[in-house]
Design a protein around this ligand. Sequence first.
Ligand SMILES: Cc1ncc(COP(=O)(O)O)c(C=O)c1O
Length: 344
Amino acid sequence: VNFASDNNAGICPEVLEAIVAEAPEVDAAYGWDRASARLERVLVEVFEHDVWCLPVITGTAANSLALAATNPVWGAVSCHELAHIVVDECGAVTVAGSGLSLDPLPGEHGRLTAQTLDRRLRTRRDSGVHTPAATGLSLTQATEAGTVYRPDEVAALAAVAHERDMVVHMDGARFANAVATIGATPAELTWRAGVDVLCLGATKGGALGAEVVVGFDRRRLRDDPERLRKRMGHLLSKQRFASAQLVAWLAEGTWLRHARHANAMAASLAEALVAQGVHPIHPVEANMVWVHLESSAVERARRLGASFYVESEHDDGTQEARLVTSWATTSDEVDSLVRALSQA
Ligand SMILES: Cc1ncc(COP(=O)(O)O)c(C=O)c1O
């Protein structure tokens, strides 16, 4: 049973059907196609706001493009120390942003607080031209720890950033899971709370490979995002297939239905583990369960067929295991994992 990543799941039927339906069509290249025009209309409807949007096919490209387009090259982006942009993108933000730097901050359960951000911005060393200027804030929703930010938490963080004219970016690789948990509207979790640019990820939610940078305020742009995307090598000639995936995923609440399922699987996994005396390290608020396991138990569970990542090892011989559910996870798979872990 595979709980390594929601990226390990396949393509959901709705997205696959959309790709198949688009396949025999002939349409313009480089984003001048009907599916891409439809995507913009769908995003306006979903977010209840005018948007600029650029589809890409990886989350790394989306984050790098969004941050490079909205920060100066001499800027610094505050983010959580576990943020994907810091630990899992191999410096892509700095490459796309021509030197743009990151300022990682601590925070319990993968979340930043307005207090931590405010303190950091007030006390960080600032030697004028010698120091990168604090120009951006990046929040991950849902977080790398599988927790979520409520709209008031996003708003408090965004207020601190906006006070200093910093742009607010949201890495929404699992935005769908956060919306499904919180029950707020996509608007309430983004522009209404002060988010200027969102990277909305569909890949983990059932797409083949489709992410879209969604901007809510063109005045926040410091550079031409279309030119930057081309320079990054992420302008797809057959963009219509990325757009068609996103349109199908967003249509009729499909994205939220799949996210609700993934979240429910994580909740039932957590419940079963608690019943065995294994308590999650972080609150389970999306599609991820983190637990401490002894290294020997990790080995045994793997031999019993359970696949999952361990992220860090502690001095006491325990490891932090990350168990991720997806739109495709079944209750039987959850039961098998719990069995493997309890035997281990
Ligand atoms: C929080 C977060 N952001 C972004 C991404 C997207 O990364 P990728 O470039 O692998 O699509 C991921 C994928 O693991 C992620 O977990």
